[in-house]
Design a protein around this ligand. Sequence first.
Ligand SMILES: [Zn+2]
Length: 411
Amino acid sequence: MSCQIVLNNIEPDALKKDDYLKRKIAIAKDVLDLDVIIIWPDSHKKNLALIQEICSNFKIRTYLWYPVLADISAFQVKPNQSVEAFNGELGHGKIGRWEKLGQVEEDFLFLCPNEEKYIMEVFKHYQKQLLEEGFDGVLLDRIRFPSPANGLETLFTCFCQSCQDKFRNDYQEDLNHYRDHIKRLFGEFKAMDIKDLSGYHTLSDMIMRNNLKKFFDFREQSIYQLTRMFADEAKQKGKIVGLNLFAPSIAPLSAQNYRLLSGICDWIKPMAYCHTAGPAGLPLEFSCFIKAILNINPALKESQLIQEISQILGSELPGKISGILENGVPENIIYQEMQRIKNFNLKESVKIYLGLDAVQIPGICHVDKRILEKYLGSVFDLNIEGMVMSWNLLKIPDENIKFVGDFLLKQ
Ligand SMILES: [Zn+2]
């Protein structure tokens, strides 16, 4: 069992007060036999030193949680440094995007994986952190292009000069031609009939038309090559490498290819967050995707569209977008997601540690015992290799930790 912890924006002495952090980790160690804590480090060295001291006493390993393309502590991405959509716009998109984008702590502005001058800056910072802080492994995060939460048009990135050069080199073709193909696809969305959806088996089928195959292949290769560079660096230093990936139903939308990526890591954490109304959370990503299609094609009926999408996903979503955000998606979708991973036939040495949201953060996620019971019920049947209680130990109520511990004891 592992757990993630966020050390962002915490006052240097807050964790020490009344032994708060030590007590929290002691509970997790005691009831979950916690073996790894994954740490998103902040600028307060004192906090990092404290958590490492506690973990060392409890014989808990520590992994560095490193966001590569967005929300990097050492590199504040500006909109004009961010990926370029097919329509020439930089930064966040508009169609169906998350309303809270830009209002929360993390800004989800994505660098282009092919923009070498920025990537090398991030890479140097990463190398330094790997060396200095004594972590046993890394969890690479934000190794993707933007998701539906950033607006539908950002799924059609990137057209920056570096991408144009690389595309010409790799495919002997002008990437700019794809701008028109994508404009035509948006035209098709506008004219789409609800019946047209019945032919699709995945969400990505809806956007990955034949004439865009090279473009989407290019995106996946770009993410793969970038991730390989960061993963290899950690391996060379003797670290265990994990990847924080979207659940398989939405991973292709942001260019995460499980088969490719599984070749360069030790473990994968699929983020099967059924109750998170934030990026990577299924409720938010699904609802932004649905909202975007409705924005483009207002003639479609919300309830009918959701019904078709439910059919594609193999899980009955609540009948309205507001319901998906408020109530989450049915926990049994985890079974479908794990089945999809199984169908990838990944090599056996790559471990899958299921990422479940277990936090309570007002307006974003509220997981309680009732939900955990459903989660664990579906997980138990799957015979999984491990779990990561996500995504911030400091926001997981003690009673949630204890409930999971009790449940596991009874099995
Ligand atoms: Zn680019």
